[in-house]
Design a protein around this ligand. Structure first.
Ligand code: ADP
Length: 365
């Protein structure tokens, strides 16, 4: 009986580990690094930050229990192995040109949420996806890189000047995530006119001069559009992947295509397209209306061979919660609208390139 155990069976069990009332996918979080099967005796490694070793004990026990439930398993042993923290300091880049530098990698995975144009719900999608990833058990940061219209202060209800320590800005905390926005640093009433070089230096600082700590995932809310700032940011931030948000309208899709091409050009994997404001469910009669047309993003995604990540309805609650600083995934995590984001977050995490778990330093070109 025991000979039929496979690595996939073990990994499947580790994707559904129940601990303290929530279910954690240890494969998606990048914790699982090796599985050994010997006559029904299973061993696997869980990569953890040495500082977290104590806190991870319940998770380790839960992981072993999950594997023990597989028929045919006689014993399950999880070994904790140290996950190397990224270097906190900038280092000179070997052989690099003088204008280049190596930057501290703020997270194991950096995900950009982008759109071809403004107003399609990119920021709303970014914060709700970040919250859904956090709920999967990960340490998450959100960088609002939309310097033209920073929305993180409004979306989180958090807005104060970040403190600085050792020449680094300390990110603020919102819903258990580290958050940083140019909006925290500027006076909202005084709109800033950004010139090209200022844009890049502001964005660069937000990436490298912020004490992000040791994050599993950093979600970047990109500036809308596909201009130079977006292109340079995509190149320099060493993105693990990009999520493109589009409404079903044709015009937005044309813009979404531009976004797609931009990431392809700089070799960043496009994790998929989200169709936002996809349909409207009438609150009084329950009928579904496709106000902006329907399925445009899905058809387009198929045509372009890019994964379709899912649809988010046009929903008054989503807007009201966004604008009140209580994003729906945080304030109503059990609602169907929150579930739409949670489902997308799950696919996003599954699609992240696995080899980037090793927290390499990142290069600025
Ligand atoms: P962008 O970042 O693309 O400019 P925002 O996320 O700021 O867009 O969204 C623009 C407006 O649309 C905001 O008022 C937001 O609350 C609202 N919004 C975004 N997504 C939805 C949705 N699915 N349903 C209803 N309103 C939405």
């Amino acid at each position: 009986m025991t000979s039929s155990l496979t690595e996939d069976m073990i990994l499947d069990a580790l994707k559904n580990v129940s601990v303290e009332g929530s279910v954690i996918d240890l494969v998606a979080t990048g914790h699982v690094s090796g599985v050994v099967i010997k006559d029904g005796n299973i061993g696997f490694s869980l990569e953890v930050d040495p500082e977290d070793a104590e806190a991870i004990q319940p998770l380790r026990i839960a992981a072993e229990q999950a594997v023990m439930k597989i028929p045919g398993v006689l014993s399950a042993t999880a070994m904790l192995t140290a996950h190397k923290k990224p270097e906190p300091q900038q280092q000179p880049q070997a052989g690099g040109a003088s204008s280049q530098g190596v930057m501290h990698q703020p997270a194991r995975h950096i995900i950009a949420v982008a759109s071809g144009k403004g107003g399609v719900g990119k920021s709303t999608t970014a914060i709700n996806l970040a919250l859904a990833i956090k709920a999967m058990g990960m340490k998450v940061g959100v960088l609002d890189a939309d310097i033209y219209g920073p929305s993180l202060p409004r979306l989180t209800g958090v807005n104060q000047k970040p403190e600085a320590e050792n020449n680094k800005l300390i990110p603020l905390e919102a819903f258990g995530m580290k958050v940083m926005s140019i909006g925290f640093l500027m006076d909202e009433a005084a709109p800033t006119i950004w010139r090209g070089p200022m844009v890049m230096s502001a964005l660069e600082q937000m990436l490298k001069d912020v004490a992000w700590g040791d994050l599993d995932v950093l979600v970047i809310d990109m500036p809308p559009g596909t201009g130079d700032a977006q292109l340079t940011l995509s190149q320099r931030a060493k993105l693990s992947g990009a999520v493109i948000v589009s409404t079903p309208q044709d015009l937005a899709l044309i813009d979404a295509r531009k976004g797609l091409n931009m990431f392809l050009k700089v070799g960043v994997p496009v994790l998929g397209i989200v169709e936002n404001m996809s349909y409207f469910v009438c609150p009084s009669c329950g009928d579904t209306s496709h106000i902006f047309g329907h399925g445009g993003a899905e058809t387009e995604a198929q045509r372009l061979s890019v994964p379709f990540l899912g649809k988010i309805p046009l929903e008054m609650d989503i807007r009201a919660h966004s604008d009140a600083g209580t994003p729906i995934v945080a304030s109503q995590p059990d609602s169907p609208h929150a579930k739409a984001y949670q489902d997308i977050a799950k696919i996003v995490m599954e699609r992240l390139p696995q080899e980037e778990r090793a927290a390499p330093s990142i290069t600025i070109n």
